[in-house]
Design a protein around this ligand. Structure first.
Ligand SMILES: [Zn+2]
Length: 274
């Protein structure tokens, strides 16, 4: 499998919010997405990065607040659909989009992929499906980003069929074999969002990647087991679980120096793979 780490747009926020003890200055948080080209299953994405729909969906109050708290910059050439053309791929070639969780910066381009199946943990979306508009605001959920035929194209992860992970994945014990051939393993990374899913995937050179989505915003948080500012507890559905997940990632990092751990918004990490 070929793996490319890309991003579409970035938002800005103070570093000390993303990581306890960080600098007060504002830094860039790119919106990462990954292109996974599998010999049998074809081209697939992990998340989508930003698209211009983010601006359309946050034009009006109260969703405009979303744009104010995380100001977004996006250049046209960064859009996932535009970057695919450099790989000789069209939007309809994307067979699957693995969705880590339903925060806008991960799903704004879902509507650009007319043939994709959507793979995600069922509880990541079940709690959002029937929210009222007022509740959407509370969850920062931009409903307009969800394709109208989302239900029929969804392939929810079958949580009744976990696999026991070999010791080399410790402390992560269970996962989900998302394609049935062992090439992409989904693991739950709870705390930041309900049903957040990370992926283990190995490339054609046998390099193991671990996409950890927003379980940490910065790689340094994992390296130093350093959580975000406590104000972010207001954003997380389960702050205690967030800490547990971060500690697991820290232990995994210490014992697996060869794995490429990729947090979705770590500018330093993502630049390394550009
Ligand atoms: Zn998020």
């Amino acid at each position: 499998m070929k793996i490319n780490i890309l991003h579409a747009g970035y938002c800005t926020a103070p570093e000390h919010i993303a990581m306890h003890g960080g600098r007060w200055r504002t830094i860039h948080f790119p919106a990462m997405f990954a292109l996974l080209q599998h010999p049998t299953f074809g081209a697939m994405l992990f998340d989508t990065g930003y698209s211009y729909r983010f601006f359309e969906e946050t034009k009006k109050f109260p969703m405009r607040l979303y744009r104010w708290t995380t100001p977004v910059t996006l250049h046209e050439e960064e859009l996932a659909i535009n970057q695919l053309s450099t790989f000789d791929l069209r939007p309809q070639d994307i067979s699957r989009v693995f969705i880590s969780h339903f925060h806008a910066d991960h799903i704004t381009a879902l509507k650009d992929f007319p043939k994709s199946k959507f793979v995600y943990m069922p509880h990541a979306f079940s709690g959002l499906r029937n929210l009222t508009p007022a509740e959407d605001v509370k969850h920062a959920f931009l409903r307009g980003l969800i394709p109208t035929d989302f239900a029929s194209r969804s392939r929810e992860v079958d949580m009744s069929q976990p696999i026991l992970l070999p010791l080399e994945y410790a402390p992560f014990k269970t996962g989900y074999d998302l394609l049935g051939d062992g090439s992409i393993i989904g693991v739950e990374l709870p705390g930041h969002a309900v049903g957040q899913m990370g992926l283990f995937a190995r490339d054609e050179n046998n390099k193991l990647f671990f996409f950890v989505a927003d379980a940490a915003w910065l790689k340094r948080s994992i390296v130093e087991n350093r959580p975000p500012h406590t104000i972010t507890n207001l954003l997380f559905p389960d702050p205690e679980m967030y800490r547990n997940t971060l500690t697991d990632l820290h232990h995994y990092y210490l014992t697996h120096p060869d794995t490429h751990i990729i947090p979705s918004h770590c500018d330093e990490t993502i630049k390394n793979y550009a």
